[in-house]
Ligand binder design. Structure first.
Ligand SMILES: Cc1cc2nc3c(=O)[nH]c(=O)nc-3n(C[C@H](O)[C@H](O)[C@H](O)COP(=O)(O)O)c2cc1C
Length: 405
């Protein structure tokens, strides 16, 4: 029996086991295998990116190909996955209000962010350690983003250095920053990305209190490979990430619980890059963001991987859009899986919508081609949605375009 078949049998056994299925995060895994229709099994796997009809087809292949512990890293949220589930559930509660008899023979999906025009409002969110999903890692993502002309945001904990990613992308990406405990290390990181031409720093602020990632731990436990064979470098628990190399001592430690809004001014003083704060979910913080001269807000709960608030990002959007009142762009992520979802995000006030897991599924399934396919599917679905409801441009999408039961 080859390794793939063995693994598939194991996964099927795992999903069927009542003992394991009752263990919190494994329910999500069972869903991966069964999908909505119990007749669909892992045997339905597509064999090329082009066969994928929706992003979930790529998820099934990724579930099969990505090593168990790494798959747990993608799957995981926090606690019992309530926030992650609600990101989706809240999107599904929203319906579209379709208008008829409008000439939709030509569509305008372009969006302008800081003077750069993008053909669609679909953005690639930062995700760390992409070599865990495919050997081509962030390079494959960058080539896909270049091929389809999408904005890519690179994680601080990228497995590929920013200079290489920029080259593969053909233009500088946005850089997501996890601030370091040591200010000199943060300065060095920021200056490196500035020198590489990255126009924007995306400061992620939703993990400062830590996160309780149980699903990740459960998958790590059932992975029988020896993690140390990869996750060790010079006696340290993890290999040094490329962006940390050469940084002052202690560069790997995250700036902890003491960070406040003053940090924005400190960043402003060391760089002229635009600054976006990622992880805001309340109007109070949106107002503070305006007051502190932030360039854009990224509404996010880290895909349900940060706090266990249970609150969907799509439900946080309206109060933030109202507080911002058009003074800066708003990006949203969390559970966006279909063109209709992108449409709902735009209707609730987002300027652009970012995806995390879907493109990682594409990457894990088929590398660059898989990421390209995800971008292609979601763009096409957004266009279909816009035509179906009579919205000819992003400007015509608004609160009037949707409703909630
Ligand atoms: C495997 C994985 C790694 C991530 N790594 C980062 C990261 O390094 N920095 C960051 O700001 N967000 C990170 N995120 C969060 C994403 O940027 C994004 O907020 C989230 O994935 C969006 O939700 P979605 O996955 O439901 O689309 C990560 C998400 C995943 C799934």
């Amino acid at each position: 029996m080859n390794r793939d078949v063995q693994r598939r049998d194991f996964l099927r056994w795992l999903a069927a086991s009542p003992l394991l299925a009752s263990a919190g995060g494994l329910a999500a895994f069972e869903e991966v295998i069964a999908q909505e229709d119990p007749r669909r099994t892992l045997d339905d796997l597509i064999t090329s990116a082009g066969q994928a009809l929706d992003v979930f087809d790529l998820r099934k292949v990724a579930a099969e190909k990505i090593p168990t512990a790494h798959w747990g890293y993608i799957l995981t949220g926090v606690d019992g996955e309530e926030t992650q589930r609600n990101n989706r559930a809240a999107l599904e509660r929203i319906y579209l209000r379709a208008r008829r008899l409008i000439d939709v023979s030509s569509l305008d999906t372009t969006v302008n962010l800081f003077g750069r025009e993008w053909p669609t409002p679909l953005i690639i969110a930062p995700a760390g350690s992409q070599r865990a999903f495919h050997p081509d890692a962030e390079i494959a993502t960058a080539r896909a983003a270049a091929a389809r002309n999408h904005l890519q945001t690179l994680s601080t904990v990228t497995s590929t250095a920013v200079e290489e990613v920029n080259e593969a992308r053909g233009e500088p990406v946005w850089y997501q920053l996890y601030a370091r405990t040591h200010w000199e290390a943060t300065v060095a990181l920021v200056h490196r990305t500035r020198d590489a031409g990255c126009p924007v720093i995306v400061l992620t602020v939703d993990l400062l209190g830590g996160s309780n990632r149980l699903t990740m731990e459960r998958y790590r436990r059932i992975d029988d490979r020896d993690c140390r064979s990869c996750h060790t470098s010079g006696g340290r628990a993890d290999p040094v990430k490329p962006m940390y190399r050469g940084l002052p001592q202690g560069a790997r430690d995250s700036a902890g619980r003491s960070m406040t809004w003053d940090y924005i001014q400190r960043l402003r003083d060391i760089t002229d890059q635009k600054i976006i704060v990622k992880g805001l979910v309340t109007w109070e913080d949106a107002e503070l963001a305006v007051r502190h001269g932030i360039d854009a807000i990224w509404v996010s709960n880290h895909g349900g991987r940060a706090e266990g608030s249970g609150r969907a990002t799509i439900d946080a959007l309206p109060e933030i859009a109202e507080a911002v009142s058009g003074r800066m762009p708003i990006i949203v992520d969390g559970g966006f899986r279909r063109g209709t979802d992108l449409f709902k995000g735009l209707a609730r006030g987002a300027t652009a919508v970012a995806i995390g897991r879907p493109y990682l599924w594409g990457l894990g399934a088929f590398g660059q081609e898989g990421v390209e396919r995800v971008l292609e599917i979601l763009t096409r679905e957004l266009q279909i949605t816009m035509r179906a409801v009579g919205a000819r441009s992003l400007a015509e999408i608004g609160p009037h375009s949707i409703g909630v039961d």
